[in-house]
Design a protein around this ligand. Sequence first.
Ligand code: HSE
Length: 407
Amino acid sequence: MINIAVMGYGTVGSGVVEVINTNGARINQRIGEELNIKYVLDMKDFPEDPVQDKIIHDFETIVSDEEVQIVVEVMGGIEPAYTFVKRCLQAGKSVATSNKALVAKHGAELLSIAAEHNINFLFEASVGGGIPIIRPLNSSLTADEIEEITGILNGTTNYMLSKMFYEGADYDTVLKEAQANGYAERNPEADVEGYDACRKIAILSSLISGQQVDFEDIYCEGITEITVEDMKYAKAMGTTIKLLASSRRYAGNRLHAIVAPCMLYPDHPLYNVNDVFNAIFVHGNVLGDAMFYGSGAGKLPTASAVVADVVDEAKHLNRNIMTMWKEEKLQLEDKADSKRRFFVRIKGDKEKLIPQLKESYGEIEVVNVPELEDEFGFVTPVMMEGDYETRSKLYKEQIVHMIRIQD
Ligand code: HSE
């Protein structure tokens, strides 16, 4: 019998218990032994729930019990999760977590403690919920140099942008709807400002580079400035707008990482990823393109990934599955040096402005939305973001909004 403890009986924790109760027989066959939930750690009691028999309130019970070989951490946040996870690993217990904040900040250190103790620290559910992406990067794609990883990594904002695009709804209305449907939190900042996606792309960037990528170093722009008018331009151009989290390799181990709303053309693999779905596009130097698509959040999809990590850990009880992620920090490339096209909305006298804009940016493509009379849009040629910024200083008063284009 393999005993596990679950720390946190919130949405994901109760999902983990449900997945093990629902699919226990099959899971046991796959492990070759019986998986038993010995403890569930939570501050609260759950008198109406059969889980109550396993509820404990003291972490020391878990860490000091030698029978517990695997611990699931689904409390979220940095503390006390970090201290608890570290102590479990130091006590020789493998840990599976869905906690992206913990993994983004302390992943390298926790992996190295797990390696020292010949056990495992796995975190498939921390990025893309139920979509397998961490394990593919660590096993199926190890023959490749990953040159690009670009994802729609936040379901809430993808739901909101899909509604804005397909229904012409405005930002405030779709936010209220997302909150009413339980997709957005009452304080939606982490999702709408891009912070959630930023932590996820920091984890993926660390995995593809093998070094620590700090999310604080990644340029992060959310969706709060996206308007109904932006969506009208997107439609006129045959594009859509998505919140993309992207990491691109330039030379050697140098990465450009960014989170920002971007315009996508229909030939882009992420164009049709709508509603709360997530997807991750990966380009490897020998593989070419691959796409990972599915449920990026929610109780059971996330729990499915956590329990799959538990199964993997149960199959490798005294053997570390090596993950390349050193604590040494990776210096990201300056955003100013990344190249792309830019879509710009500008106010003013069109006849006068167009020749000036051509002189500043080169061969621009003009975009018109007839009902927006006081302004027009244009698309720049491919240029460095730094050059775009320098040239745009001339039009500071006239530029309404800029959205990056993901080709
Ligand atoms: N708030 C996140 C999302 C949950 O909307 O994708 C999963 O991390």
